[in-house]
Design a protein around this ligand. Structure first.
Ligand code: SAH
Ligand code: SF4
Ligand code: F3S
Length: 441
């Protein structure tokens, strides 16, 4: 009987894509997936450490999963990802039940690590810097849940050093994946039936700068769009400072590039932006989003915001609300500032008390609720293109618009995996209820 693996993933889309790659690696080793950790021979937690909460979740889960050893003493427990990279040794001390540890630097070493662990050794492989041969990881297949939309990691790491953020420590400096390797994967994916390609990186817009012969990110967009079968292209996340005019131009000209963009601004006050070392001002961000709206008609913007960064005053926070009011995002993701070990912002004084963070967060969310509801109404006009991803029930299908909104579509015929045109009859911030107009292709 073949061995079984169970993976639990925390964190961002990059981490989910890493898990898809790890699943591919485990498949090549003969493992089969299971949804029940109780019957696994290998349990893997792919961790996140962006804020304090995800750190705590990992320990809670380890406490539960260690029971597996009572039933199956040969079962292995592995921890990978950002928490492993940031605090691996500390974690092994707290949870000696861990048999295997690695990070996004060395996923390709997993086969050797499993061998070591099976031979009875602790296989802890936390490296200071990414190994020379890390590009080997691209040779492994990815195993995806979604047959029509696929993530493709194009750049690892981040060079930005925002003062609150652990990512440069957990994922290292920027390393662009070579163009040929990306295009090859995209070709393989469309041959496999994928229609939407989602390019990923902590800072995708910086892609290409560090290649032996630098290439602008916009050129990658053109190259991906030339591959037959690529119907939609998305990319996440771009830092505002790297969103150059050629990229905006490419978004406006390439039909497959979706009219949606996630563009974190973090804070509205210039004083706070400087303390965060974000390298732009409120005015720069407002002009940039204005330009995007003019060039990419109907663009849906979304963003990340940190509430209660150290020293943030009521007046500073008002600037954040002002940006939200002016830009009118379709969606925001807001986070209470969480001090992270090893980051400069952790020691900035004074820190904002938790009750103030909670109160500001509530005001921010109330404002956004109003904006999202108003903006949703625009979907009631005209028709929209939806890529159907799954069937939800009898004659009910779900998919997303090019603006990245979830749509529930009633249809008599089987439209799974199809690009369809729909008419919206009810629009809320989280869902569009639609009727099928036609199947496009
Ligand atoms: N590379 C992406 C963001 C990655 S982290 C970018 O720069 O756009 C995702 C989000 O987590 C960030 O945009 C930020 O809003 C939030 N975040 C990061 N560090 C944080 C911290 N210490 N406390 C609270 N939120 C944080
Ligand atoms: Fe973190 Fe800033 Fe890099 Fe984003 S750009 S990953 S917030 S350091
Ligand atoms: Fe978390 Fe690492 Fe992503 S810290 S948000 S999993 S880059």
């Amino acid at each position: 009987m073949s061995k079984k693996f169970f993976i639990k993933t925390f964190g961002c889309q990059m981490n989910f894509n890493d898990s898809e790659r790890i699943r591919g690696i485990l498949r090549t080793l003969g493992y089969e997936p299971t949804d029940r950790w109780e019957e696994a021979d290998l349990i893997l937690l792919n961790t996140c450490t962006i804020r304090e909460k995800p750190d705590q979740k990992v320990l809670t889960h380890l406490g539960e999963y260690k029971k597996i050893k009572e039933k199956n003493p040969n079962a292995l427990i592995a921890v990978s990802g950002c928490l492993a990279q940031r605090a691996g040794w500390e974690l092994v001390q707290k949870a000696p039940v861990i048999d295997i540890m690695f990070s996004s630097f060395n996923m390709h070493q997993l086969p050797e690590l499993i061998n070591q662990a099976q031979a009875g050794y602790k296989a802890i492989a936390i490296l200071e810097t990414p190994p020379e041969d890390e590009d080997k990881v691209w040779e492994y297949p990815v195993e995806r849940d979604n047959p029509y939309c696929a993530y493709v990691t194009i750049i690892k790491g981040c060079d930005k050093d925002c003062t609150y953020c652990v990512v440069p420590r957990t994922r290292g400096r920027e390393r662009s994946r070579p163009m040929e390797s990306i295009l090859e994967e995209v070709k393989r994916l469309v041959d496999d039936g994928v229609r939407e390609i989602h390019l990923l990186g902590q800072n995708v817009t910086a892609w290409g700068k560090d290649l032996p012969k630098p290439i602008p990110f916009s050129e990658l967009l053109y190259e991906v769009s030339k591959i037959e079968g690529v119907e939609r292209i998305r990319f996440t996340t771009g830092h505002p400072i790297d969103l150059t005019d050629d990229i905006i131009e490419a978004m406006a000209t390439i039909p497959q590039v979706c009219d949606a963009l996630h563009l974190p601004f973090q804070a509205g006050s210039n004083r706070i932006l400087e303390l965060m070392d974000r390298k732009y001002t409120k005015e720069f961000y407002l002009e940039l989003t204005q330009k995007l709206k003019e060039k990419v008609k109907g663009i849906a913007l979304s963003t990340d915001i940190i509430v209660g960064f150290p020293t943030e005053t009521e007046e500073d926070f008002e600037h954040t609300l002002d940006v939200v009011r002016k830009v009118r995002f379709e969606q925001i993701f807001s986070f209470k500032f969480s001090p992270r070990p090893g980051t400069p912002a952790k020691d900035m004084e004074p820190q904002v008390p938790d009750d103030v963070k909670i109160e500001r967060m509530k005001r921010l969310l109330d404002l956004q609720k109003e904006i999202s509801s108003e903006l949703a109404q625009r979907y009631l006009k005209g028709t929209w293109e939806v890529l159907i991803e799954e069937k939800r029930g009898d004659d009910i299908y779900v998919g997303r618009t090019t603006t990245n909104k979830w749509a529930t579509v009633k249809a008599k015929e089987d439209i799974i995996g199809k690009l369809v045109r729909v008419k919206v009859y009810k629009a809320t911030p989280f869902n569009l209820d639609c009727e099928l107009v036609e199947v496009v292709r």
